[in-house]
Design a protein around this ligand. Structure first.
Ligand SMILES: *Cc1c(COP(=O)(O)O)cnc(C)c1O
Length: 807
């Protein structure tokens, strides 16, 4: 199939790529050929697409290296010239799938913003050999495949064996007159791999450092004997398993020993790095080893992205008290002033609570330290019940360490990730209310954001160009400038341009789906997306009920004018999350019936998008007309998918949850399709008569019909009781109250259809949304973290490029 882009459009794309800055094509060509020859050891006769990708990647990397080194010192389509299709080469790049969903993606956006705002910042993590699994759909079911992303090598990383660190596990503690010793430990080495993080056109290149586990040379060879040698070398694998694979759960805690090992591994290696860098930092004019640890919080801020790195708190205490010989009180003061904690969820099943036995076995000294922290914390006056609620150690069958409590007590700042989420944190008893009452000044909000470089300029060059034609290019580093688009809200040419870019993106995505998945969709239909991890709280099931209802309506009145829709759902289910996998199966089952019904034709298609990940998001989101953000109010902490769609000119149908609330505030509530219960309504229902699914089922005929169809095997004729469990869940134990929002949701979807019939009014609403996006730049988020938590000042200044003179 041919590409929908004309030569004019290609030039347009290239000129926006120009925004991202390739200046000297001749030089580029020389460097490219040099890499193909000397690095890849290939010539044009034998080079394949992957070789060209690596040659290009290495060329770009060279461009970054000078700036990378300098920054660290300073802190201390067819391209006619190359004869290559750049888009095809871009597609060779593997996703670095080192996170599960929104949380990891947020960290990536933050790295981009920190470099673009000139902050001397490092991102730390684990270099998983296998990232989030690749999802295949086989006969309608999710099947997982290992993500062997490093198979062909990674051109962006640089191993730094000279900065290898030792991390200890197991053993026991000895309390001696000169302090506590942690002995008889097993050692695992942490080998750092550095990746450059370039800022936006400011010559700054920060570092992301990921740790890989490596067995020491003498691993298991202490009591060397001839028979043991081979086994000892084979057993090196066991300890190198620490960085083997990402746990694929999103918003769910799995208390496995290997996972606790991972969490401590990254923290222990990182803190050694931080302390080494502090000790080597300039001290007045003299260059000596620093020991004035009271200064640490003035030099370093550690931001804990959820409780996954919570072990940083007891580990920093261990380093300061046991190794650097600070007194407890001094060390604690340093620790609290250095650390800050971001909470990302209120779902109880997601909160990390580690069994004490496991802890004692793996990290005996840290458990002692946590007991000591708890003992001293529990000194405050208060009633017994409150003390029990706030303890870092939960009593009960098996004692557990509550990592969120540890983070709150060990940090000087605690924040939620959207206004409504931060309010819920301090207002709800089972979450952090008691801590708030004790220490209200600690609690803050930092509403999440996304980087406009990736999520607008890179993924949607056509839209970036149309915007730049009206307001220039400043919006790329100052997203609030998008407000200036409101001046053009009645400019017919502008409205047409915005609609045209959307149509082009839709066509392009339709071509992609046809080429890669052999599915044909109608590019004139409304592209309706729900793409995010599959989870009950995100309510993909509510979307399913709408698909079925719309289908039934078309069948009932086939000659009426129905707004054509392509409903696309994508996302991975955690491999152990049975209900989520059944939800995927239901969506594919609905698709099998709906997509083959000749009465419906192309007025409704239901597509499950396989293997949703960042590269697919970058293709899908620019093509979206409608963004589904339909979690039960009070359950989605912020969401960031919602922001990506808004910035790319989709309208939102959503509940008053997470950042949707602030999106409505920024764009005007009349410019979003808001429906359903508010948090107050949910709370009132729980406090009052409760949620009874059967009442809705009995009262609403279309809901009853849809449920009866699912239950009766209408979508699974070969296996009529396939969805029995899902039906039972929805009817009898639905924590997320799907039916309670069904009526409001369907009515709201009717309004969406009505507006879609009026393209001009639709596009004007889109423009209101784009213009209201400024707040959702991660630059704004990071500037607030910097000023309000880290005590740093962001800067848009350029530093000199390596070939320029330092002034
Ligand atoms: C942004 C993003 C997410 C988060 O989406 P939500 O709708 O906020 O849950 C998840 N996965 C990918 C690949 C993303 O790019």
């Amino acid at each position: 199939m041919s590409k929908p882009f004309s030569d004019h459009d290609k030039r347009k794309q290239i000129s926006v790529r120009g925004l991202a800055g390739v200046e000297n094509v001749a030089e580029l060509k020389v460097a490219f050929n040099r890499h193909l020859h000397f690095t890849l050891v290939k010539d044009r006769n034998v080079a394949n697409k992957r070789d060209y990708y690596f040659a290009l990647a290495n060329t770009v990397r060279d461009h970054l290296v000078g700036r990378w080194i300098r920054t660290q010192q300073y802190y201390y389509e067819k391209d006619p010239k190359l004869g290559l299709d750049m888009e095809e080469l871009e597609d060779m790049e593997e996703d670095a799938g080192l996170g599960n969903g929104g949380l990891g993606r947020l960290a990536a956006c933050f790295l981009d913003s920190m470099a673009s705002l000139g902050l001397a910042a490092y991102g730390y993590g684990i270099r998983y050999e296998f990232g989030i699994f690749n999802q295949k759909i086989v006969n309608g079911w999710q099947v997982e495949e290992a993500d062997d992303w490093l198979r062909y090598g990674n051109p962006w990383e640089k191993a730094r064996p000279e900065y290898m660190r030792a991390v200890k596990f197991y053993g026991r503690t000895e309390h001696t007159p000169d302090g506590v010793k942690w002995v008889d430990t097993q050692v695992v080495l942490a080998l750092p791999y550095d990746t450059p993080i370039p800022g936006y056109r400011n010559n700054i290149v920060n570092t992301m450092r990921l740790w890989s586990a490596k067995a020491p040379c003498d691993f298991n060879l202490k009591d060397f004997n001839v028979g043991g040698y081979i086994q000892a070398v084979l057993d090196r694998n066991l300890c190198e398993n620490i960085s083997r694979v990402l746990y694929p759960n999103d918003n769910f805690f799995e208390g496995k020993e290997l996972r606790l090992k991972q969490e401590y591994f990254v923290v222990a290696a990182t803190l050694q790095d931080v302390v080494r860098r502090f000790k080597a930092s300039k001290f007045g004019s003299r260059e000596v080893v620093r020991t004035d640890f009271a200064e640490l919080p003035n030099k370093v801020a550690i931001q804990l992205n959820d409780t996954h790195p919570a072990m940083a708190i007891p580990e920093l205490m261990r380093v300061l008290v046991d190794e650097e010989k600070l007194g407890w009180d001094k060390a604690w003061d340093v620790c609290v002033r250095t650390c800050a904690y971001t909470n990302h969820t209120v779902l109880p099943e997601a909160l990390e609570r580690w069994p004490i036995d496991l802890f004692h076995h793996l990290l005996p000294r840290h458990l002692e330290i946590i007991f000591e922290i708890n003992h001293r914390f529990m000194e405050f006056p208060g009633d017994h019940d409150r003390m029990r609620r706030m303890s870092l150690i939960e009593e009960g069958g098996c004692k557990k360490v509550n990592m969120a409590h540890l983070c709150i007590v060990g940090s000087h700042a605690v924040n939620g990730v959207a206004r409504i989420h931060s309010e819920i944190l301090i207002a709800t008893l089972y979450v952090f209310k008691d801590f708030y009452e004790l220490d209200p000044h600690k609690f803050q909000n930092k509403t999440n954001g996304i980087t406009p470089r990736r999520w607008l300029v890179m993924c949607n060059p056509g839209l970036a160009e149309v915007i730049a034609e009206k307001i220039g290019e400043e919006f790329i580093r100052d997203l609030d400038q998008l407000k200036r688009l409101l001046k053009f809200i009645n400019d017919d040419a502008f409205i047409r341009d915005i609609a045209k870019v959307k149509q082009e993106n839709k066509l392009k995505f339709a071509v992609h789906l046809e080429e890669h998945y052999k599915v044909k969709i109608n590019p004139q239909s409304m592209f309706d997306f729900q793409v995010k991890r599959i989870h009950e709280y995100k309510r993909q099931l509510l979307n399913c009920l709408h698909m079925i209802t719309y289908y039934n309506r078309i069948k009932k009145e086939p000659n009426k004018h129905w707004t054509p829709r392509t409903i696309m759902v994508g996302g991975k289910a955690a491999p152990g999350y049975h209900t989520a996998k059944m939800i995927i199966r239901l969506i594919t089952a609905i698709g099998e019936v709906v997509n083959h019904d000749p009465v419906v034709g192309d007025r409704l298609k239901v597509i499950f998008l396989e293997n949703y990940r960042v590269t697919l998001a970058e293709k899908a989101i620019p093509s979206a007309d409608l963004s589904e953000q339909i979690s039960t109010a009070g359950t989605e902490a912020s969401g960031t998918g919602n922001m990506k769609f808004m910035l790319n000119g989709a309208l939102t149908i959503g509940t008053m949850d997470g950042a949707n609330v602030e999106m409505a505030e920024e764009a005007g509530e009349e410019n979003l399709f808001i429906f359903g219960m508010r948090v107050e309504d949910v709370d009132a229902m729980d406090a009052g008569k409760g949620y009874h699914a059967s009442e809705y089922y009995n009262r609403i005929p279309e809901l009853k019909q849809a449920m009866d169809q699912i239950a009766g095997g209408f979508f699974s004729p070969k296996q009529p009781d396939l969805f029995k469990e899902l039906v039972d869940l929805l009817m009898h134990h639905d924590r997320f109250k799907v039916f309670a929002d069904y009526e409001a949701y369907i009515k709201c979807q009717d309004k969406v259809n009505q507006l879609y019939k009026n393209p001009k009014e639709w596009t004007k609403m889109v423009i209101h949304n784009i213009a209201g996006c400024g707040k959702f730049s991660s630059d704004r988020t990071i500037a607030q973290y910097a000023r309000e938590i880290w005590g740093m000042e962001p800067s848009l200044e350029k530093i000199p490029a390596p070939d320029e003179k330092l002034k």
